[in-house]
Design a protein around this ligand. Sequence first.
Ligand code: ACO
Length: 324
Amino acid sequence: MTPRSLIAGIGGYLPERVLDNDALAAAYNLDTTDDWIVERTGIRRRHLAAEGETASAMGAAAARAALDRAGLTPADVDLVIVATTTPDSAFPSTAVRVQGHLGITRGFGFDIAAACTGFVYGLGLADSLIRSGQARCALVIGSEIYSRILDWTDRGTCVLFGDGAGAVVLTATDDPAETRGILSTHLHSDGRHGEILKIEGGAGSTGGTGLLRMAGKEVFRHAVSKLAAVVDEALAANGLGHGDVRWLVPHQANLRIIEAMGRKLKLPPDRVVVTVDKHANTSAASIPLALAEADAAGKLQRGDLIVMEAIGGGLTWGAALARF
Ligand code: ACO
Protein backbone atom coordinates (compact mmCIF):
# COMPACT_ATOMS: atom_id res chain seq x y z
CA MET A 1 0.00 0.00 0.00
CA THR A 2 1.45 3.35 -1.02
CA PRO A 3 1.06 5.90 1.79
CA ARG A 4 -0.62 9.23 1.08
CA SER A 5 0.15 12.65 2.53
CA LEU A 6 -2.45 14.28 4.74
CA ILE A 7 -2.45 17.99 5.55
CA ALA A 8 -2.20 17.75 9.34
CA GLY A 9 -1.59 21.41 10.21
CA ILE A 10 -1.01 24.85 8.69
CA GLY A 11 0.71 27.87 10.23
CA GLY A 12 1.97 31.30 9.29
CA TYR A 13 4.31 34.00 10.54
CA LEU A 14 4.38 37.68 9.59
CA PRO A 15 6.98 40.19 10.77
CA GLU A 16 5.72 42.87 13.12
CA ARG A 17 6.45 45.93 10.97
CA VAL A 18 3.56 46.80 8.63
CA LEU A 19 3.74 49.52 5.98
CA ASP A 20 0.73 50.61 3.94
CA ASN A 21 1.33 52.03 0.48
CA ASP A 22 1.57 55.64 1.66
CA ALA A 23 3.97 54.74 4.47
CA LEU A 24 6.11 52.72 2.03
CA ALA A 25 6.26 55.60 -0.45
CA ALA A 26 7.27 57.98 2.35
CA ALA A 27 9.82 55.61 3.91
CA TYR A 28 11.63 54.91 0.63
CA ASN A 29 10.98 58.23 -1.10
CA LEU A 30 9.10 56.57 -3.97
CA ASP A 31 7.32 58.43 -6.77
CA THR A 32 4.12 56.38 -6.48
CA THR A 33 0.60 56.57 -5.09
CA ASP A 34 -1.72 54.30 -3.12
CA ASP A 35 -4.20 54.56 -6.02
CA TRP A 36 -1.67 53.32 -8.61
CA ILE A 37 -0.60 50.36 -6.48
CA VAL A 38 -4.13 49.33 -5.49
CA GLU A 39 -5.52 49.70 -9.02
CA ARG A 40 -2.72 47.71 -10.72
CA THR A 41 -2.10 45.07 -8.05
CA GLY A 42 -4.69 45.09 -5.25
CA ILE A 43 -1.86 45.52 -2.72
CA ARG A 44 -2.64 47.83 0.23
CA ARG A 45 0.07 46.94 2.71
CA ARG A 46 2.90 44.51 3.46
CA HIS A 47 4.94 43.24 6.42
CA LEU A 48 8.69 43.86 6.37
CA ALA A 49 11.24 41.86 8.35
CA ALA A 50 13.23 43.53 11.11
CA GLU A 51 16.97 43.98 10.92
CA GLY A 52 18.51 40.64 11.87
CA GLU A 53 15.35 38.62 11.22
CA THR A 54 16.07 35.60 8.99
CA ALA A 55 14.15 33.28 6.65
CA SER A 56 15.04 30.34 8.91
CA ALA A 57 13.74 32.02 12.08
CA MET A 58 10.54 33.10 10.33
CA GLY A 59 10.14 29.63 8.81
CA ALA A 60 10.64 28.02 12.22
CA ALA A 61 7.95 30.29 13.72
CA ALA A 62 5.49 29.29 10.97
CA ALA A 63 6.47 25.63 11.45
CA ARG A 64 5.81 25.81 15.21
CA ALA A 65 2.34 27.22 14.51
CA ALA A 66 1.63 24.44 11.97
CA LEU A 67 2.86 21.72 14.36
CA ASP A 68 0.69 23.15 17.16
CA ARG A 69 -2.34 23.11 14.87
CA ALA A 70 -1.55 19.47 14.00
CA GLY A 71 -1.07 18.49 17.65
CA LEU A 72 2.48 17.37 16.81
CA THR A 73 5.93 18.33 18.08
CA PRO A 74 9.29 18.87 16.35
CA ALA A 75 10.29 15.37 17.52
CA ASP A 76 7.68 13.92 15.13
CA VAL A 77 9.24 15.56 12.05
CA ASP A 78 11.57 13.57 9.78
CA LEU A 79 11.69 15.87 6.73
CA VAL A 80 12.02 19.66 6.42
CA ILE A 81 11.75 21.34 3.04
CA VAL A 82 12.10 25.11 2.81
CA ALA A 83 11.16 26.87 -0.40
CA THR A 84 13.05 30.14 -0.45
CA THR A 85 15.08 32.36 -2.74
CA THR A 86 16.20 34.51 0.18
CA PRO A 87 18.03 31.89 2.28
CA ASP A 88 20.04 32.87 5.36
CA SER A 89 23.06 31.49 3.48
CA ALA A 90 23.80 29.11 0.60
CA PHE A 91 24.72 26.60 3.27
CA PRO A 92 23.83 25.47 5.85
CA SER A 93 20.53 25.38 4.03
CA THR A 94 17.60 27.26 5.53
CA ALA A 95 15.86 23.90 6.11
CA VAL A 96 18.73 22.57 8.19
CA ARG A 97 18.80 25.86 10.11
CA VAL A 98 15.05 25.42 10.76
CA GLN A 99 15.84 21.93 12.12
CA GLY A 100 18.33 23.66 14.41
CA HIS A 101 15.81 26.28 15.59
CA LEU A 102 13.25 23.56 16.34
CA GLY A 103 15.71 21.08 17.87
CA ILE A 104 15.03 18.41 15.21
CA THR A 105 17.92 15.94 15.20
CA ARG A 106 16.65 13.17 12.92
CA GLY A 107 15.59 12.88 9.30
CA PHE A 108 16.82 15.36 6.70
CA GLY A 109 16.17 18.79 5.22
CA PHE A 110 16.96 20.83 2.13
CA ASP A 111 15.97 24.02 0.31
CA ILE A 112 14.19 24.50 -2.98
CA ALA A 113 14.81 27.50 -5.22
CA ALA A 114 11.82 27.79 -7.54
CA ALA A 115 10.94 31.43 -6.73
CA CYS A 116 7.21 32.00 -6.28
CA THR A 117 6.43 28.38 -7.28
CA GLY A 118 8.69 27.04 -4.53
CA PHE A 119 5.93 25.99 -2.15
CA VAL A 120 4.12 23.98 -4.85
CA TYR A 121 7.43 22.32 -5.76
CA GLY A 122 7.99 21.64 -2.04
CA LEU A 123 4.59 19.99 -1.67
CA GLY A 124 5.33 17.84 -4.72
CA LEU A 125 8.69 16.71 -3.37
CA ALA A 126 7.46 16.06 0.16
CA ASP A 127 4.51 14.08 -1.19
CA SER A 128 6.86 11.98 -3.37
CA LEU A 129 9.15 11.29 -0.41
CA ILE A 130 6.18 10.27 1.74
CA ARG A 131 4.73 8.07 -1.01
CA SER A 132 8.11 6.38 -1.49
CA GLY A 133 8.42 5.68 2.25
CA GLN A 134 11.40 7.98 2.86
CA ALA A 135 9.49 10.28 5.24
CA ARG A 136 6.40 10.03 7.46
CA CYS A 137 6.07 13.58 8.77
CA ALA A 138 7.18 16.51 6.62
CA LEU A 139 7.30 20.23 7.19
CA VAL A 140 6.92 22.13 3.91
CA ILE A 141 7.78 25.76 4.51
CA GLY A 142 7.86 28.86 2.33
CA SER A 143 9.86 31.67 3.91
CA GLU A 144 10.99 34.85 2.18
CA ILE A 145 12.59 38.20 2.94
CA TYR A 146 12.26 39.91 -0.43
CA SER A 147 12.81 43.32 1.19
CA ARG A 148 16.54 42.39 1.16
CA ILE A 149 16.68 41.74 -2.61
CA LEU A 150 14.55 44.63 -3.84
CA ASP A 151 15.92 47.65 -5.64
CA TRP A 152 14.33 50.34 -3.50
CA THR A 153 14.84 52.87 -6.29
CA ASP A 154 12.73 50.80 -8.75
CA ARG A 155 9.10 51.70 -8.07
CA GLY A 156 8.00 49.09 -10.65
CA THR A 157 9.09 46.21 -8.39
CA CYS A 158 9.67 47.37 -4.82
CA VAL A 159 6.00 48.13 -4.16
CA LEU A 160 4.96 44.57 -5.06
CA PHE A 161 6.59 42.42 -2.41
CA GLY A 162 6.44 41.67 1.32
CA ASP A 163 8.12 39.37 3.84
CA GLY A 164 6.63 36.37 5.64
CA ALA A 165 6.58 32.62 6.13
CA GLY A 166 4.03 29.83 5.98
CA ALA A 167 4.23 26.12 6.75
CA VAL A 168 2.25 22.94 6.24
CA VAL A 169 2.75 19.66 8.10
CA LEU A 170 2.17 16.57 5.98
CA THR A 171 1.75 13.21 7.69
CA ALA A 172 1.69 9.78 6.07
CA THR A 173 -1.40 7.59 6.28
CA ASP A 174 -1.56 3.94 5.22
CA ASP A 175 -5.37 3.79 5.43
CA PRO A 176 -6.60 2.52 2.03
CA ALA A 177 -10.03 4.10 2.67
CA GLU A 178 -8.56 7.61 3.10
CA THR A 179 -9.48 9.98 0.28
CA ARG A 180 -8.07 13.20 1.76
CA GLY A 181 -4.54 14.58 1.39
CA ILE A 182 -2.38 15.62 -1.55
CA LEU A 183 -4.02 14.24 -4.71
CA SER A 184 -1.32 15.28 -7.15
CA THR A 185 1.18 17.99 -8.01
CA HIS A 186 2.09 19.23 -11.49
CA LEU A 187 5.42 21.03 -11.87
CA HIS A 188 6.84 22.90 -14.87
CA SER A 189 9.74 25.14 -15.79
CA ASP A 190 11.06 26.76 -18.95
CA GLY A 191 14.48 28.39 -18.80
CA ARG A 192 14.02 30.29 -22.04
CA HIS A 193 12.15 32.93 -20.04
CA GLY A 194 14.81 33.38 -17.36
CA GLU A 195 15.49 37.01 -18.17
CA ILE A 196 11.98 38.35 -17.47
CA LEU A 197 12.10 37.66 -13.73
CA LYS A 198 15.41 37.07 -12.02
CA ILE A 199 17.83 37.91 -9.26
CA GLU A 200 20.79 39.63 -10.86
CA GLY A 201 23.88 37.72 -9.67
CA GLY A 202 24.28 35.46 -6.67
CA ALA A 203 26.73 33.50 -4.53
CA GLY A 204 28.48 31.83 -7.50
CA SER A 205 28.30 34.81 -9.83
CA THR A 206 31.09 37.13 -10.92
CA GLY A 207 28.87 40.17 -11.17
CA GLY A 208 25.42 41.52 -10.56
CA THR A 209 23.73 43.43 -7.86
CA GLY A 210 21.97 40.54 -6.15
CA LEU A 211 18.70 42.42 -6.69
CA LEU A 212 15.39 41.37 -8.22
CA ARG A 213 14.65 42.46 -11.80
CA MET A 214 11.28 41.94 -13.44
CA ALA A 215 9.68 42.74 -16.77
CA GLY A 216 6.20 42.94 -15.23
CA LYS A 217 4.15 43.01 -18.43
CA GLU A 218 6.00 39.95 -19.79
CA VAL A 219 5.43 38.00 -16.58
CA PHE A 220 1.77 39.00 -16.63
CA ARG A 221 1.46 37.75 -20.22
CA HIS A 222 2.65 34.26 -19.24
CA ALA A 223 0.79 34.10 -15.93
CA VAL A 224 -2.87 33.54 -16.67
CA SER A 225 -2.42 31.17 -19.65
CA LYS A 226 0.17 28.97 -17.90
CA LEU A 227 -1.73 28.92 -14.60
CA ALA A 228 -5.05 28.08 -16.27
CA ALA A 229 -3.40 25.26 -18.24
CA VAL A 230 -1.69 23.71 -15.22
CA VAL A 231 -4.86 23.86 -13.10
CA ASP A 232 -6.80 22.10 -15.87
CA GLU A 233 -3.96 19.56 -16.13
CA ALA A 234 -4.24 18.87 -12.37
CA LEU A 235 -8.03 18.54 -12.40
CA ALA A 236 -8.01 16.28 -15.47
CA ALA A 237 -5.35 14.02 -13.92
CA ASN A 238 -7.79 13.35 -11.08
CA GLY A 239 -10.94 13.07 -13.17
CA LEU A 240 -12.24 16.30 -11.63
CA GLY A 241 -13.75 19.45 -13.11
CA HIS A 242 -14.05 23.14 -12.23
CA GLY A 243 -17.31 22.43 -10.36
CA ASP A 244 -15.49 20.19 -7.87
CA VAL A 245 -13.20 22.97 -6.60
CA ARG A 246 -14.10 24.35 -3.16
CA TRP A 247 -11.14 26.70 -2.68
CA LEU A 248 -8.68 28.33 -5.02
CA VAL A 249 -5.58 29.23 -3.01
CA PRO A 250 -3.40 30.96 -5.60
CA HIS A 251 0.05 32.47 -5.35
CA GLN A 252 -0.58 36.04 -4.26
CA ALA A 253 1.22 38.22 -6.82
CA ASN A 254 -1.46 40.43 -8.25
CA LEU A 255 -5.21 40.67 -7.64
CA ARG A 256 -5.89 40.98 -11.37
CA ILE A 257 -4.21 37.61 -12.05
CA ILE A 258 -6.01 36.02 -9.07
CA GLU A 259 -9.42 37.32 -10.21
CA ALA A 260 -8.78 36.15 -13.76
CA MET A 261 -8.04 32.66 -12.44
CA GLY A 262 -11.22 32.69 -10.33
CA ARG A 263 -13.22 33.59 -13.46
CA LYS A 264 -11.53 30.81 -15.48
CA LEU A 265 -12.55 28.30 -12.81
CA LYS A 266 -16.04 29.88 -12.63
CA LEU A 267 -15.61 30.25 -8.87
CA PRO A 268 -17.53 32.91 -6.93
CA PRO A 269 -15.11 35.44 -5.36
CA ASP A 270 -15.77 34.14 -1.84
CA ARG A 271 -14.17 30.80 -2.76
CA VAL A 272 -10.92 32.41 -3.83
CA VAL A 273 -8.54 33.03 -0.93
CA VAL A 274 -7.02 36.52 -1.25
CA THR A 275 -4.29 37.88 1.01
CA VAL A 276 -2.30 39.94 -1.50
CA ASP A 277 -4.03 43.10 -0.22
CA LYS A 278 -2.53 42.60 3.26
CA HIS A 279 0.69 40.67 2.58
CA ALA A 280 1.69 41.79 -0.96
CA ASN A 281 3.70 39.14 -2.86
CA THR A 282 5.61 37.01 -0.36
CA SER A 283 6.84 34.66 -3.12
CA ALA A 284 7.16 31.05 -1.87
CA ALA A 285 5.44 31.99 1.41
CA SER A 286 2.26 33.34 -0.15
CA ILE A 287 0.31 30.07 -0.61
CA PRO A 288 0.98 28.61 2.86
CA LEU A 289 0.27 32.03 4.42
CA ALA A 290 -3.03 32.18 2.52
CA LEU A 291 -3.84 28.60 3.59
CA ALA A 292 -3.04 29.50 7.21
CA GLU A 293 -5.29 32.53 7.07
CA ALA A 294 -8.18 30.57 5.51
CA ASP A 295 -7.75 27.82 8.10
CA ALA A 296 -7.62 30.26 11.01
CA ALA A 297 -10.84 31.86 9.72
CA GLY A 298 -12.51 28.42 9.82
CA LYS A 299 -13.05 28.36 6.05
CA LEU A 300 -11.35 25.06 5.25
CA GLN A 301 -13.60 22.10 6.05
CA ARG A 302 -12.64 18.44 6.13
CA GLY A 303 -12.85 17.01 2.61
CA ASP A 304 -12.80 20.39 0.79
CA LEU A 305 -11.00 20.25 -2.57
CA ILE A 306 -8.24 22.89 -2.64
CA VAL A 307 -6.44 24.02 -5.78
CA MET A 308 -3.08 25.74 -5.31
CA GLU A 309 -1.26 27.33 -8.24
CA ALA A 310 1.79 29.54 -8.72
CA ILE A 311 4.12 31.02 -11.31
CA GLY A 312 7.50 32.58 -10.64
CA GLY A 313 11.04 33.29 -11.76
CA GLY A 314 12.61 30.69 -14.05
CA LEU A 315 10.00 30.58 -15.34
CA THR A 316 8.61 27.99 -12.98
CA TRP A 317 4.94 27.18 -12.53
CA GLY A 318 2.80 24.46 -11.09
CA ALA A 319 -0.35 23.37 -9.34
CA ALA A 320 -1.25 21.10 -6.45
CA LEU A 321 -4.60 19.53 -5.65
CA ALA A 322 -5.43 18.53 -2.11
CA ARG A 323 -8.42 17.36 -0.13
CA PHE A 324 -8.32 18.99 3.29
N1 ACO B 1 3.82 53.89 -9.19
C1 ACO B 1 3.47 54.72 -10.18
N2 ACO B 1 3.79 54.45 -11.48
C2 ACO B 1 4.46 53.34 -11.73
C3 ACO B 1 4.87 52.44 -10.73
C4 ACO B 1 4.51 52.76 -9.40
N3 ACO B 1 4.82 51.96 -8.35
N4 ACO B 1 5.54 51.42 -11.29
C5 ACO B 1 5.56 51.63 -12.61
N5 ACO B 1 4.92 52.81 -12.88
C6 ACO B 1 4.71 53.44 -14.15
C7 ACO B 1 5.72 53.03 -15.19
O1 ACO B 1 6.88 53.82 -15.07
C8 ACO B 1 4.98 53.29 -16.47
O2 ACO B 1 5.03 54.67 -16.75
P1 ACO B 1 5.18 55.20 -18.25
O3 ACO B 1 3.93 54.69 -18.95
O4 ACO B 1 5.24 56.66 -18.07
O5 ACO B 1 6.43 54.56 -18.78
C9 ACO B 1 3.54 52.96 -16.12
O6 ACO B 1 3.47 52.99 -14.68
C10 ACO B 1 3.13 51.58 -16.60
O7 ACO B 1 4.13 50.63 -16.20
P2 ACO B 1 3.97 49.12 -16.50
O8 ACO B 1 5.13 48.36 -15.91
O9 ACO B 1 3.71 48.96 -17.95
O10 ACO B 1 2.66 48.80 -15.66
P3 ACO B 1 1.73 47.53 -15.71
O11 ACO B 1 0.36 47.95 -16.01
O12 ACO B 1 2.32 46.42 -16.51
O13 ACO B 1 1.73 47.08 -14.18
C11 ACO B 1 2.77 45.42 -12.78
C12 ACO B 1 2.96 46.71 -13.57
C13 ACO B 1 1.79 45.70 -11.66
C14 ACO B 1 4.09 45.00 -12.22
C15 ACO B 1 2.19 44.33 -13.69
O14 ACO B 1 2.92 44.24 -14.87
C16 ACO B 1 2.20 42.98 -13.04
O15 ACO B 1 1.50 42.74 -12.07
N6 ACO B 1 2.96 42.01 -13.60
C17 ACO B 1 3.01 40.68 -13.07
C18 ACO B 1 3.99 40.60 -11.98
C19 ACO B 1 3.84 39.27 -11.33
O16 ACO B 1 2.78 38.70 -11.27
N7 ACO B 1 4.89 38.69 -10.84
C20 ACO B 1 4.65 37.37 -10.28
C21 ACO B 1 5.78 36.66 -10.12
S1 ACO B 1 6.84 37.45 -8.98
C22 ACO B 1 8.04 36.31 -8.65
O17 ACO B 1 8.02 35.23 -9.13
C23 ACO B 1 9.20 36.72 -7.80
